[in-house]
Design a protein around this ligand. Sequence first.
Ligand code: NAD
Ligand code: UDP
Length: 338
Amino acid sequence: MMKVLLTGGAGYIGSHVAVSLAAAGHDIVCFDNLSNSRAAVIEHVEAITGQPVPLVVGDIRDRDAVRGAITDHGANAVIHFAGLKAVGESVADPMKYYDNNVRGTLSLIEAMVDCDVRTLVFSSSATVYGEPQYLPLDEAHPTAVTNPYGRTKLMIEEMLSDIAAADPAWRIAVLRYFNPVGAHDSGLIGEDPNGVPNNLMPFISRVAAGRLPELAVFGDDYATPDGTGVRDYIHVDDLAEGHVAALDRIRAQDDALSVWNLGTGQGYSVLDMISAFERINNVRVPHRVGPRRPGDVASCYASPDRARDELGWEAKRDLDAMCASTWRFERTAAMRNA
Ligand code: NAD
Ligand code: UDP
């Protein structure tokens, strides 16, 4: 049993990982500055897990605050989700991203060393692969980043690799997420972005709910079966269980740093996603084909083989479960806010 500090634990992925860690018998403490989440999320995590979940409101760039949280709660591992993730915003305001993500991670690492904690799971992204040179993307695929957000993820990966090489006592898992979607079955936690969503699934859900008039499909002339972009959508609860498996694995192995893709290996197009959402939830998602979004690639999907072989983990939940749980969260949140 571990006592795990979750930076960004009130966020979309962190809250689901908190539930999976608790289900696996680990103790958890969340650390979040609530810049993109609300404290009420933690109450929902408590309702799901049936146990108190401490929340420390603080910023990862505040070394004393992180040190205090680790010491006060006796944490012996950290899962690090805290960061900013909007690609467009990172282009407009790169300093904000280097400060929050890169400086924030360095400060977190310093606080961990102060407390003699060297077990870390880091949220990276498939964005570090850039334009795929072959598919599926395995962990050996070269990295190439195209925007400041992606660059912060790659810089952090490289920083962690240097740190692990210098001190083999580190146990670090770098997890490269593909496209996390869906919500916990309770409908109590899920993805609820501020403002107009950047990502496909929350956009579809808001159009279905009538909160947005129509979805723009970003291009239908890609070299894919139906011309729309293909991605590897993974249920957030599968992703969450991948973190539990990675934490178990790094504690048991001698490698100071390992990299694992968390994806399904299955690609779906934008039109696949729309029709699955409409069919499963019996709703309409009005959409219109528009221009391509700059920077998008045609297809991106994982080879999940290394995670399966080394973590004994694979995604179990299908597209129907991803769409149904997204809609359940949308409806539950609407009832709560009514
Ligand atoms: P999210 O915004 O829902 O969660 C991030 C949390 O971190 C938020 O609760 C926010 O308040 C907190 N936070 C941000 N900056 C902080 C700081 N300086 N100090 C303390 N807390 C801070 O995002 P998410 O979708 O849950 O993503 C979690 C992580 O996974 C991020 O690092 C993101 O880059 C990465 N990731 C996400 C996706 C995705 O599609 N959602 C894909 C790949 C990687
Ligand atoms: N997409 C779209 N309309 C939207 C948002 C996204 O057609 O309003 C497409 C996008 O071009 C990509 C896919 O949906 O092919 C997934 O986009 P998302 O932003 O969710 O993830 P990412 O680009 O990071 O893979």
